[in-house]
Design a binder for this molecule. Structure first.
Ligand code: AMP
Ligand code: TRP
Length: 338
């Protein structure tokens, strides 16, 4: 009989700086919801080992890691109820990743779109770590036997690879040791698009700052960016189907729904037929109302880096209590004398 695994949620974000509304609505907001539901243990991580697959200035990396920790906490992750830590402090991730490097196949990695995008034409010059990135990600998840992983849609392929690694390991060694993890992708605004182009993801790497809302933006900047967001000349449709082929309109409605904790249908029921001249100020007010307290709290937390480091140290200790026995069993299955 297949073993049952304790429900456990894991997710991670790279501390590579520049947090946006996309990170909040597409990732952290759902992390908080899963913590608050209380049905599973929740582990949230700053994946610093992933960040260094491309060059990071050491001082900046340290700053970005603390800033991301502050963001998690300001957004509602409670370091008592969830386990919050940075990846490199739990060496079991890198240890299991090595084993997974030997399970995963070159062909699997070569098919990853993130690898192809990031390495580009110059793949000979990309780091070996960038190629092996998804095996480390699988280790992040499976070293806790995590059963559920909330991520944005762009990480779906990596999660499928995590499942492939778990299945191949279990088959190769004739065990049912690793769970086949479920991706948790969904909710409104799961993919927040650029404010300048509704077909492109909102991203910290977009050259135009007008394309995104940064968590560090002040109220005026947020309002201005929303007012200037690209739209079409039509008013909001009277039904959700009317958003079809209107990517910019859809994006603003989804952002509204995400921030208001509701769905697209309800936003349309309330605002359908309105012009953007009317809708945008409402969206701006809502965005400021939700984001301003969060950035204020973040600034307060960042002012005390020692406290952040202490929280992360404690999180790492708790994480290791789960990871150590699972890694030990893995070594045993593989045939390592311990
Ligand atoms: P990144 O900052 O791109 O490394 O992403 C960190 C997390 O935020 C991942 O779970 C992403 O899927 C999520 N994320 C980033 N940008 C967006 C976006 N525009 N819409 C939805 N989710 C996003
Ligand atoms: N690859 C993810 C991203 O870029 C970050 C990540 C690393 C992650 N390890 C993870 C996400 C484990 C979920 C689970 O967003």
């Amino acid at each position: 009989m297949a073993p049952t695994f304790t429900p456990r949620v894991f997710s991670g974000i790279q501390p590579s700086g520049g947090l946006t509304l996309g990170n909040y609505l597409g990732a952290i907001k759902r992390f908080v919801a899963m913590q608050d539901e209380g049905g599973a243990e929740t582990l949230y991580c700053m994946v610093d080992l992933h960040a260094i697959t491309v060059w990071q200035d050491p001082a900046t990396l340290r700053r970005n890691t603390r800033e991301l920790a502050a963001f998690y906490i300001a957004a509602g992750i409670d370091p008592e109820r969830s386990i919050l830590f940075n990846q490199s402090r739990v060496p079991e991730h890198a240890q299991l990743a090595w084993i997974f490097n030997c399970v995963a196949r070159m062909g699997w990695m070569g098919r990853m779109t993130q690898w192809k995008d990031k390495a580009g034409k110059n793949s000979e010059n990309a780091s070996l770590g960038l190629f092996a990135y998804p095996a480390l990600m699988a280790a992040d998840i499976l070293v806790y036997h995590a059963t559920h992983v909330p991520v944005g849609e762009d990480q779906k392929q990596h999660l499928e690879l995590t499942r492939d690694i778990a299945i191949k390991f279990n088959n190769d060694f004739g065990v049912e040791f690793f769970p086949v993890t479920e991706p948790v992708i969904g909710g409104p605004a799961m993919r927040v698009m650029s404010l300048r182009d509704g077909t492109k993801k909102m991203s910290k790497s977009d050259p135009s700052d007008q394309s995104r809302i940064n968590l560090s933006d002040d109220a005026d900047t947020i309002a201005k960016k929303i007012r200037k967001a690209k739209t079409d000349p039509e008013p909001l449709p009277e039904s959700p189907e009317g958003l079809k082929d209107r990517p910019e309109a859809r994006n603003l409605v989804e952002i509204y729904a995400g921030l208001a904790d509701t769905d697209v249908a309800s936003v349309i029921a309330e605002h359908g037929g309105r012009n953007f001249g009317e809708f945008k100020p409402k969206l701006a007010d809502l965005a400021v109302e939700k984001l301003a307290p969060m950035s204020a709290k973040m600034r307060e937390l960042i002012a005390d880096p020692d406290e952040i480091d202490r929280i992360l140290g404690r999180g790492a200790e708790r994480a290791r209590e789960i990871a150590t026995p699972i890694l030990e069993q893995t070594y045993d299955i593989v045939g390592m004398i311990r």
